[in-house]
Design a protein. Structure first.
Length: 63
């Protein structure tokens, strides 16, 4: 444990802890997953559709 501060606030004791290895690992995992989600959302928001039309063809329409 690198950093710990304790405060008394009314009838509560508040403890702030920082730099815990497991917490840091979980935060890093959350950042990575958030970045992947951001990339997926970006791909969905700029999805490209390409259409090719051939008006010279005398073939039957397809469904």
């Amino acid at each position: 444990m690198e950093n710990m501060d304790a405060y008394v606030f009314g009838n509560e004791i508040r403890i702030r802890v920082g730099n815990i290895k497991e917490l840091d690992e979980l935060l890093e995992k959350a950042y990575q997953e958030a970045e992947q989600l951001r990339k997926t959302i970006h791909k969905l928001s700029v999805f490209n559709l390409n259409f090719k039309f051939d008006f010279n063809s005398e073939s039957e329409p397809t469904q």
